[in-house]
Design a binder for this molecule. Sequence first.
Ligand SMILES: Cc1cc2nc3c(=O)[nH]c(=O)nc-3n(C[C@H](O)[C@H](O)[C@H](O)COP(=O)(O)O)c2cc1C
Length: 371
Amino acid sequence: MAYETELMGLTLKNPIMTASGPWAGNAAGIQRCIDEGAAAVITETISLEARERISPRLFAEENKLFNTMLYSYMHLEEWEDEFRKIDRKDAKIICSIWGATPSEIAYLARKVEHMGADAIELSISAPIGSRNRFLSQVSDIYEYALACVGAVNIPVMVKLSYEASCSPWFLRELEQAGVQAVSAIDALKGLAGVDIETGKTRMPTYGGYTGSHIHPVSLATTATLHQHTRLPVVSSGGVMSHEAVLEFMMLGATAVQLASAILFSGYEVISDTIDSFERWMQEHYFTDIATIRGNALPSLHAYEDIVPGDLCAAPMEKCQRIDCKICVQSCLPHAVYYDDTGSIVIDELLCDGCGLCVARCPYRLLTLEWN
Ligand SMILES: Cc1cc2nc3c(=O)[nH]c(=O)nc-3n(C[C@H](O)[C@H](O)[C@H](O)COP(=O)(O)O)c2cc1C
Protein backbone atom coordinates (compact mmCIF):
# COMPACT_ATOMS: atom_id res chain seq x y z
CA MET A 1 0.00 0.00 0.00
CA ALA A 2 1.39 3.37 -0.94
CA TYR A 3 1.37 6.30 1.42
CA GLU A 4 2.43 9.00 -1.01
CA THR A 5 2.13 12.64 -0.10
CA GLU A 6 2.37 15.83 -2.16
CA LEU A 7 4.65 18.59 -0.91
CA MET A 8 5.28 21.79 -2.88
CA GLY A 9 4.38 20.00 -6.11
CA LEU A 10 6.75 17.11 -5.38
CA THR A 11 5.39 13.60 -4.90
CA LEU A 12 6.99 11.98 -1.87
CA LYS A 13 6.72 8.20 -1.70
CA ASN A 14 6.04 8.38 2.05
CA PRO A 15 5.78 11.29 4.50
CA ILE A 16 9.15 10.65 6.15
CA MET A 17 12.22 12.70 5.22
CA THR A 18 15.53 13.30 6.91
CA ALA A 19 16.22 16.74 8.36
CA SER A 20 19.22 18.91 7.67
CA GLY A 21 22.24 17.78 9.68
CA PRO A 22 25.54 15.90 9.62
CA TRP A 23 23.85 12.57 8.73
CA ALA A 24 23.34 14.24 5.30
CA GLY A 25 26.63 16.13 5.30
CA ASN A 26 28.17 14.48 2.23
CA ALA A 27 27.28 12.05 -0.58
CA ALA A 28 27.84 8.95 1.57
CA GLY A 29 25.48 10.17 4.30
CA ILE A 30 22.82 11.28 1.82
CA GLN A 31 23.09 7.88 0.09
CA ARG A 32 22.52 6.07 3.41
CA CYS A 33 19.35 8.13 3.98
CA ILE A 34 18.13 7.32 0.46
CA ASP A 35 19.00 3.61 0.78
CA GLU A 36 17.07 3.42 4.07
CA GLY A 37 13.96 4.65 2.23
CA ALA A 38 13.67 8.34 3.14
CA ALA A 39 11.23 10.00 0.74
CA ALA A 40 13.38 13.13 0.74
CA VAL A 41 16.78 14.01 2.13
CA ILE A 42 17.66 17.53 3.22
CA THR A 43 21.37 18.30 3.04
CA GLU A 44 23.30 19.77 5.92
CA THR A 45 23.07 23.54 5.51
CA ILE A 46 25.28 24.78 2.70
CA SER A 47 26.69 28.29 3.05
CA LEU A 48 29.37 30.24 1.23
CA GLU A 49 31.86 29.66 4.04
CA ALA A 50 32.94 26.15 4.92
CA ARG A 51 32.81 25.82 8.71
CA GLU A 52 35.63 24.48 10.86
CA ARG A 53 34.49 21.50 12.89
CA ILE A 54 35.00 22.20 16.59
CA SER A 55 35.54 19.31 18.94
CA PRO A 56 33.63 18.21 20.90
CA ARG A 57 30.46 19.42 19.17
CA LEU A 58 27.87 16.92 20.37
CA PHE A 59 26.80 16.75 24.00
CA ALA A 60 24.35 14.20 25.38
CA GLU A 61 22.85 13.62 28.78
CA GLU A 62 20.55 10.60 28.88
CA ASN A 63 18.39 11.30 25.82
CA LYS A 64 18.92 15.05 25.85
CA LEU A 65 21.04 16.13 22.89
CA PHE A 66 22.90 19.39 22.32
CA ASN A 67 25.06 20.34 19.35
CA THR A 68 27.36 23.19 18.49
CA MET A 69 27.47 22.52 14.75
CA LEU A 70 26.78 25.47 12.51
CA TYR A 71 26.30 24.49 8.87
CA SER A 72 28.39 22.32 6.57
CA TYR A 73 32.17 22.03 6.71
CA MET A 74 32.32 21.58 2.92
CA HIS A 75 32.81 24.29 0.32
CA LEU A 76 30.19 24.81 -2.35
CA GLU A 77 32.57 23.36 -4.97
CA GLU A 78 32.96 20.20 -2.86
CA TRP A 79 29.17 19.95 -2.63
CA GLU A 80 28.98 20.08 -6.42
CA ASP A 81 31.35 17.09 -6.61
CA GLU A 82 29.48 15.20 -3.88
CA PHE A 83 26.16 15.66 -5.65
CA ARG A 84 27.40 13.80 -8.72
CA LYS A 85 28.13 10.70 -6.61
CA ILE A 86 24.56 10.25 -5.35
CA ASP A 87 22.24 7.57 -6.72
CA ARG A 88 18.96 9.34 -6.05
CA LYS A 89 16.64 6.38 -6.79
CA ASP A 90 13.10 7.63 -6.13
CA ALA A 91 14.04 10.06 -3.35
CA LYS A 92 13.96 13.86 -3.55
CA ILE A 93 16.95 15.93 -2.54
CA ILE A 94 16.32 19.23 -0.83
CA CYS A 95 19.27 21.55 -0.34
CA SER A 96 19.38 23.49 2.89
CA ILE A 97 21.07 26.86 2.39
CA TRP A 98 21.99 29.85 4.49
CA GLY A 99 23.29 33.22 3.34
CA ALA A 100 24.08 36.44 5.15
CA THR A 101 22.42 38.73 2.59
CA PRO A 102 19.60 38.39 0.04
CA SER A 103 22.11 38.37 -2.83
CA GLU A 104 24.16 35.63 -1.14
CA ILE A 105 20.98 33.57 -0.73
CA ALA A 106 20.01 34.11 -4.38
CA TYR A 107 23.49 33.03 -5.50
CA LEU A 108 23.42 29.86 -3.40
CA ALA A 109 19.88 29.08 -4.47
CA ARG A 110 20.83 29.25 -8.16
CA LYS A 111 23.90 27.10 -7.51
CA VAL A 112 22.00 24.31 -5.76
CA GLU A 113 19.25 24.37 -8.38
CA HIS A 114 21.97 23.93 -11.00
CA MET A 115 23.44 21.05 -8.94
CA GLY A 116 20.07 19.31 -9.28
CA ALA A 117 18.23 20.03 -6.04
CA ASP A 118 14.50 19.23 -6.19
CA ALA A 119 13.73 21.98 -3.68
CA ILE A 120 15.38 24.36 -1.23
CA GLU A 121 15.02 24.66 2.53
CA LEU A 122 16.10 28.12 3.63
CA SER A 123 17.71 27.82 7.04
CA ILE A 124 17.20 30.99 9.04
CA SER A 125 16.83 29.73 12.56
CA ALA A 126 19.95 28.03 13.89
CA PRO A 127 20.25 28.97 17.56
CA ILE A 128 24.05 28.65 17.38
CA GLY A 129 26.50 31.49 16.79
CA SER A 130 25.91 35.20 17.15
CA ARG A 131 25.99 36.06 13.45
CA ASN A 132 22.64 34.48 12.83
CA ARG A 133 20.50 37.55 13.35
CA PHE A 134 17.28 36.10 12.02
CA LEU A 135 15.27 34.23 14.60
CA SER A 136 11.87 35.88 14.81
CA GLN A 137 12.89 39.53 14.96
CA VAL A 138 14.23 40.14 11.48
CA SER A 139 12.19 42.87 9.85
CA ASP A 140 13.34 42.19 6.30
CA ILE A 141 12.56 38.48 6.10
CA TYR A 142 10.40 39.26 3.05
CA GLU A 143 13.51 40.42 1.10
CA TYR A 144 15.50 37.34 2.09
CA ALA A 145 12.71 34.90 1.20
CA LEU A 146 11.88 36.73 -2.03
CA ALA A 147 15.54 36.67 -3.08
CA CYS A 148 15.49 32.89 -2.76
CA VAL A 149 12.11 32.29 -4.39
CA GLY A 150 12.83 34.73 -7.21
CA ALA A 151 16.19 33.17 -8.06
CA VAL A 152 15.00 29.66 -8.85
CA ASN A 153 12.32 27.58 -10.52
CA ILE A 154 12.25 24.93 -7.78
CA PRO A 155 10.06 25.23 -4.68
CA VAL A 156 11.33 26.91 -1.52
CA MET A 157 10.51 25.94 2.06
CA VAL A 158 11.63 28.03 5.04
CA LYS A 159 12.78 26.41 8.26
CA LEU A 160 11.41 28.22 11.29
CA SER A 161 12.59 28.67 14.81
CA TYR A 162 10.02 28.21 17.55
CA GLU A 163 9.87 31.99 17.91
CA ALA A 164 9.26 32.64 14.19
CA SER A 165 6.55 29.95 14.14
CA CYS A 166 4.58 31.95 16.70
CA SER A 167 4.52 35.12 14.60
CA PRO A 168 1.54 35.53 12.23
CA TRP A 169 3.30 38.59 10.77
CA PHE A 170 6.44 36.60 9.94
CA LEU A 171 4.38 33.87 8.26
CA ARG A 172 2.44 36.43 6.21
CA GLU A 173 5.72 37.88 4.94
CA LEU A 174 6.84 34.40 3.85
CA GLU A 175 3.52 33.75 2.08
CA GLN A 176 3.78 37.06 0.25
CA ALA A 177 7.31 36.25 -0.85
CA GLY A 178 5.98 33.09 -2.52
CA VAL A 179 7.44 30.50 -0.16
CA GLN A 180 5.68 27.15 -0.67
CA ALA A 181 6.03 25.43 2.72
CA VAL A 182 7.46 25.88 6.20
CA SER A 183 9.32 23.40 8.35
CA ALA A 184 9.29 23.69 12.13
CA ILE A 185 10.88 23.66 14.51
CA ASP A 186 14.61 24.10 14.36
CA ALA A 187 16.61 23.29 17.50
CA LEU A 188 15.91 25.32 20.62
CA LYS A 189 18.76 27.28 22.17
CA GLY A 190 20.10 25.23 25.07
CA LEU A 191 22.90 24.59 27.54
CA ALA A 192 23.69 21.10 28.84
CA GLY A 193 24.26 22.40 32.37
CA VAL A 194 26.77 23.85 34.80
CA ASP A 195 29.32 21.75 36.68
CA ILE A 196 28.67 23.23 40.11
CA GLU A 197 31.98 21.89 41.50
CA THR A 198 34.11 23.75 38.94
CA GLY A 199 31.64 26.57 38.30
CA LYS A 200 31.94 26.07 34.54
CA THR A 201 29.31 25.45 31.89
CA ARG A 202 29.28 21.93 30.45
CA MET A 203 29.43 23.40 26.93
CA PRO A 204 31.74 26.20 25.78
CA THR A 205 28.93 27.98 23.91
CA TYR A 206 25.15 27.84 23.48
CA GLY A 207 23.98 24.85 21.51
CA GLY A 208 21.00 23.52 19.63
CA TYR A 209 18.79 21.47 21.97
CA THR A 210 17.00 18.68 20.10
CA GLY A 211 15.47 15.24 20.49
CA SER A 212 12.53 13.80 22.39
CA HIS A 213 12.48 16.61 24.98
CA ILE A 214 11.52 19.23 22.39
CA HIS A 215 8.77 17.00 20.97
CA PRO A 216 5.89 18.63 22.94
CA VAL A 217 7.04 22.11 21.81
CA SER A 218 7.15 20.95 18.22
CA LEU A 219 3.71 19.28 18.44
CA ALA A 220 2.17 22.50 19.74
CA THR A 221 3.93 24.48 17.01
CA THR A 222 2.61 22.24 14.23
CA ALA A 223 -0.92 22.67 15.53
CA THR A 224 -0.55 26.45 15.99
CA LEU A 225 0.89 26.97 12.52
CA HIS A 226 -2.43 25.87 11.04
CA GLN A 227 -4.08 28.84 12.73
CA HIS A 228 -1.58 31.29 11.25
CA THR A 229 -0.85 30.05 7.73
CA ARG A 230 -2.22 27.95 4.89
CA LEU A 231 1.31 26.89 3.91
CA PRO A 232 1.99 23.15 4.23
CA VAL A 233 3.87 22.31 7.43
CA VAL A 234 6.75 19.86 7.62
CA SER A 235 7.30 18.92 11.25
CA SER A 236 10.68 18.59 12.89
CA GLY A 237 11.48 18.17 16.56
CA GLY A 238 11.65 14.96 18.54
CA VAL A 239 10.46 12.56 15.86
CA MET A 240 11.93 9.44 17.44
CA SER A 241 9.35 6.82 16.40
CA HIS A 242 6.46 6.06 14.05
CA GLU A 243 4.05 7.11 16.79
CA ALA A 244 5.52 10.63 16.63
CA VAL A 245 5.12 10.61 12.84
CA LEU A 246 1.43 9.78 13.31
CA GLU A 247 0.98 12.45 15.96
CA PHE A 248 2.36 15.15 13.67
CA MET A 249 0.29 13.94 10.71
CA MET A 250 -2.85 13.96 12.85
CA LEU A 251 -2.02 17.56 13.78
CA GLY A 252 -2.00 18.41 10.09
CA ALA A 253 1.64 17.98 9.04
CA THR A 254 2.26 17.20 5.38
CA ALA A 255 5.50 15.37 6.16
CA VAL A 256 7.95 14.93 9.04
CA GLN A 257 11.71 15.04 9.45
CA LEU A 258 13.97 12.65 11.37
CA ALA A 259 17.09 14.17 12.93
CA SER A 260 18.38 13.33 16.44
CA ALA A 261 16.87 9.86 16.07
CA ILE A 262 19.51 9.11 13.41
CA LEU A 263 22.32 10.19 15.76
CA PHE A 264 20.94 8.05 18.59
CA SER A 265 19.92 4.94 16.63
CA GLY A 266 21.81 5.06 13.32
CA TYR A 267 20.53 5.32 9.75
CA GLU A 268 18.47 2.15 10.26
CA VAL A 269 15.96 4.16 12.28
CA ILE A 270 14.76 5.63 8.97
CA SER A 271 13.59 2.31 7.49
CA ASP A 272 12.39 1.08 10.90
CA THR A 273 10.22 4.19 11.29
CA ILE A 274 8.84 3.95 7.75
CA ASP A 275 8.06 0.22 8.13
CA SER A 276 6.36 0.73 11.51
CA PHE A 277 4.40 3.71 10.20
CA GLU A 278 3.13 1.78 7.17
CA ARG A 279 2.31 -1.28 9.28
CA TRP A 280 0.31 0.85 11.71
CA MET A 281 -1.61 2.45 8.84
CA GLN A 282 -2.44 -0.96 7.37
CA GLU A 283 -3.47 -2.43 10.72
CA HIS A 284 -5.85 0.49 11.16
CA TYR A 285 -7.20 0.20 7.60
CA PHE A 286 -6.04 3.67 6.57
CA THR A 287 -5.45 3.47 2.84
CA ASP A 288 -3.93 6.91 2.35
CA ILE A 289 -2.40 9.77 4.28
CA ALA A 290 -5.34 12.10 3.72
CA THR A 291 -7.50 9.89 5.96
CA ILE A 292 -5.40 10.73 9.02
CA ARG A 293 -4.06 14.20 8.25
CA GLY A 294 -5.42 16.77 10.70
CA ASN A 295 -7.70 14.26 12.46
CA ALA A 296 -6.62 15.40 15.93
CA LEU A 297 -7.12 19.12 15.33
CA PRO A 298 -10.88 19.21 16.15
CA SER A 299 -10.10 17.86 19.64
CA LEU A 300 -7.84 20.82 20.36
CA HIS A 301 -9.69 23.83 21.79
CA ALA A 302 -8.88 27.36 22.85
CA TYR A 303 -8.33 27.50 26.60
CA GLU A 304 -11.26 29.92 26.95
CA ASP A 305 -13.62 27.35 25.38
CA ILE A 306 -12.88 24.57 27.90
CA VAL A 307 -15.87 24.02 30.18
CA PRO A 308 -14.76 23.80 33.84
CA GLY A 309 -15.66 20.37 35.27
CA ASP A 310 -16.20 19.39 38.91
CA LEU A 311 -13.97 16.31 38.92
CA CYS A 312 -12.36 14.46 41.80
CA ALA A 313 -9.60 11.84 41.90
CA ALA A 314 -10.65 8.33 42.99
CA PRO A 315 -8.83 5.00 43.39
CA MET A 316 -10.00 2.35 40.90
CA GLU A 317 -8.81 -0.37 43.23
CA LYS A 318 -7.33 -0.58 46.70
CA CYS A 319 -3.72 0.60 46.82
CA GLN A 320 -1.43 -0.14 49.77
CA ARG A 321 1.92 0.65 48.16
CA ILE A 322 3.03 2.66 51.14
CA ASP A 323 6.58 3.05 49.75
CA CYS A 324 5.37 4.74 46.59
CA LYS A 325 3.78 7.98 47.91
CA ILE A 326 3.88 9.64 44.47
CA CYS A 327 0.19 10.56 44.63
CA VAL A 328 0.55 11.85 48.19
CA GLN A 329 3.53 14.03 47.26
CA SER A 330 1.71 15.33 44.17
CA CYS A 331 -1.25 16.69 46.11
CA LEU A 332 -0.91 20.34 47.14
CA PRO A 333 -4.19 20.44 49.18
CA HIS A 334 -3.28 17.18 51.05
CA ALA A 335 -6.39 15.42 49.74
CA VAL A 336 -4.49 12.14 49.19
CA TYR A 337 -3.21 10.20 52.20
CA TYR A 338 -2.74 6.71 53.63
CA ASP A 339 -5.33 5.68 56.25
CA ASP A 340 -4.60 3.59 59.37
CA THR A 341 -4.70 0.35 57.33
CA GLY A 342 -2.07 1.71 54.88
CA SER A 343 -4.57 2.19 52.03
CA ILE A 344 -4.75 5.27 49.80
CA VAL A 345 -7.72 7.51 50.55
CA ILE A 346 -8.82 10.63 48.68
CA ASP A 347 -10.74 13.30 50.53
CA GLU A 348 -13.41 14.49 48.06
CA LEU A 349 -13.87 17.78 49.87
CA LEU A 350 -10.18 18.67 49.62
CA CYS A 351 -9.49 17.30 46.11
CA ASP A 352 -9.80 20.04 43.48
CA GLY A 353 -9.53 17.70 40.48
CA CYS A 354 -6.17 18.92 39.17
CA GLY A 355 -5.36 15.44 37.81
CA LEU A 356 -1.68 15.31 38.78
CA CYS A 357 -1.94 12.22 41.03
CA VAL A 358 -3.85 10.39 38.27
CA ALA A 359 -1.25 11.33 35.67
CA ARG A 360 1.71 10.37 37.87
CA CYS A 361 0.44 7.08 39.42
CA PRO A 362 2.95 4.51 38.07
CA TYR A 363 0.38 1.70 38.55
CA ARG A 364 -2.48 3.53 36.79
CA LEU A 365 -4.74 2.92 39.81
CA LEU A 366 -6.33 6.37 39.97
CA THR A 367 -9.00 7.99 37.83
CA LEU A 368 -10.99 11.23 37.72
CA GLU A 369 -14.73 11.01 38.48
CA TRP A 370 -17.52 13.56 38.49
CA ASN A 371 -18.20 14.90 41.96
C1 LIG B 1 23.94 17.65 15.19
C2 LIG B 1 22.88 18.45 14.53
C3 LIG B 1 23.19 19.27 13.45
C4 LIG B 1 22.20 20.01 12.80
N1 LIG B 1 22.52 20.75 11.71
C5 LIG B 1 21.55 21.45 11.09
C6 LIG B 1 21.86 22.20 9.91
O1 LIG B 1 22.97 22.20 9.37
N2 LIG B 1 20.84 22.92 9.35
C7 LIG B 1 19.56 22.95 9.85
O2 LIG B 1 18.68 23.61 9.30
N3 LIG B 1 19.25 22.20 10.95
C8 LIG B 1 20.21 21.47 11.56
N4 LIG B 1 19.89 20.72 12.67
C9 LIG B 1 18.50 20.72 13.18
C10 LIG B 1 17.72 19.50 12.69
O3 LIG B 1 17.59 19.55 11.29
C11 LIG B 1 16.33 19.41 13.34
O4 LIG B 1 15.54 20.49 12.91
C12 LIG B 1 16.41 19.46 14.86
O5 LIG B 1 17.44 18.58 15.29
C13 LIG B 1 15.10 19.06 15.52
O6 LIG B 1 14.75 17.74 15.25
P1 LIG B 1 15.05 16.53 16.29
O7 LIG B 1 14.52 16.96 17.62
O8 LIG B 1 14.32 15.35 15.72
O9 LIG B 1 16.52 16.35 16.31
C14 LIG B 1 20.88 19.96 13.30
C15 LIG B 1 20.57 19.14 14.38
C16 LIG B 1 21.54 18.38 15.00
C17 LIG B 1 21.16 17.49 16.15
